[in-house]
Design a protein. Structure first.
Length: 389
């Protein structure tokens, strides 16, 4: 009996040893065993983040970067500025007087850098307006080493976008996401030229969408991301894991000048629309009423006898503009636009922008406590700033 027990114990020990070796060295030999739990780079990945039907994350984004990176360019600008030869006084009037004296300043060339995205194979490039603002010369360098002088086709300072054009063959245009559906939590990659070190890719997620009222631009609808965006990244590409453009990197929130994990990008759909407008008309056309709206503060609501702060008060009216011709007055409170409630001044301006010129905007107003409705013929918003060509 004892001998049988020893044989049984030795057999179990040997079997456990063999099972341990197989589990460690050849797990695929076991029923349902897998060699790894992550997808191999380049394996098909479903929108839910799975590869070949297994719950996994891609081990590499090299395929997406290889698809998009050739379309991201470095932009170098040069402009000439007057540099004073001696320290300027703090008195503004004296400073202006001294600047006007001959020989007081020296004209020097100042260079800056940024990024851009080849939007069309014919050489149209999207970038930020602040990258090329007031530039005397613009140079574009491609990832393959080619360089070309760029011409400014048009700019839209109110959205901080500009369109350049270069004349080179075989340009790799970025792929726009035809149905952008960026969600909070989606993985994104930022490609640009931070600090002039050369093309760089950083990775993060979409932290928020629809960010506005940041005071950066007149029209804001930003994608917020924690992918590192640093000086020089402006105008570069924010792409998804397929290598398709989802945004144009535009700004960072920083107290030091470096990335703190809060970056902002203009959605690709908005950038594409502005691109088409500039290529077709030289600028972006937006609806306009010729008035300056202002938010209703709690103090103003109390002064006007309002129950809430919803709406926008007319602070100024342009003489001869659409609002003036329709009979609007300073102090009118706009409560709705085309039968939809107006939340505040930003909401009013944003909803006026897509209205077609010569269309009719129906406004519901409060004037001296009385409600009235006015039909205003929509005009075209004048350019905020004439870009330098």
């Amino acid at each position: 009996m004892r001998r049988l027990w020893l044989i049984f114990a030795q057999t179990v020990t040997v079997c456990l040893g063999i099972l341990f070796l197989v589990t460690t060295l050849r797990p695929q030999w076991l029923p349902g065993g897998t060699a790894t739990s992550v997808a191999v780079s380049g394996a098909p990945v479903t929108p839910g983040g799975t590869a070949s039907g297994q719950a996994a994350t891609p081990a590499s984004y090299a395929t997406a970067v290889a698809r998009a990176a050739p379309s991201v360019v470095n932009i170098y600008t040069t402009k000439h500025v007057d540099v004073p030869l001696i320290p300027l006084p703090s008195d503004p009037q004296l400073e202006r007087f001294l600047r006007g004296l001959p020989g007081f300043t020296r004209r020097e060339a100042s260079t800056s850098l940024g990024s851009g995205v080849i939007a069309r194979a014919d050489g149209a490039i999207l970038t930020n307006y602040h990258v090329i603002e007031a530039a005397d010369a613009i140079e574009v360098r491609l990832r393959d080493g080619r360089q070309a002088a760029a011409k400014l086709i048009g700019a839209d300072p109110e959205s901080d976008l500009a369109v350049l054009k270069i004349d080179l063959p075989d340009l790799p245009a970025i792929v726009f996401d035809p149905a952008p559906s960026v969600r909070v939590g989606d993985v994104v990659l930022a490609i640009g030229n931070p600090f002039g070190v050369g093309q760089t890719t950083t990775q993060g997620i979409v932290s928020a969408v629809g960010r506005n009222r940041l005071g950066l631009n007149t029209y804001e609808d930003f994608i917020q991301t924690d992918a590192a965006i640093n000086p020089g990244n402006s105008g570069g590409a924010l792409i998804d894991t397929r290598g398709e453009l989802v945004g144009i990197n535009t700004a960072i929130y920083s107290e030091t000048g470096g990335s703190l994990g809060i970056g902002f990008a203009i959605p690709a759909a908005s950038a594409h629309q502005i691109l088409n407008e500039i290529l077709a008309h030289g600028r972006v056309r937006r609806g306009w009423l010729g008035l300056e709206p202002q938010d209703i503060t709690p103090d103003l609501a109390q002064a006007f006898g309002l129950k809430d702060t919803r709406g926008a008060i007319v602070a100024r009216i342009l003489r001869g503009g659409p609002a003036a011709r329709a009979g609007m007055r300073v102090g009118d409170i706009i409560r709705s636009l085309n039968d939809q409630p107006v939340e505040d001044a930003y909401d009013l301006v944003s909803r006026l922008a897509p209205l077609q010129t010569d269309s009719t905007a129906r406004l519901t107003l409060l004037r001296q406590g009385r409600s009235l409705t006015l039909d205003v013929r929509v005009g075209t918003r004048p350019p905020a700033n004439k870009p330098k060509h």
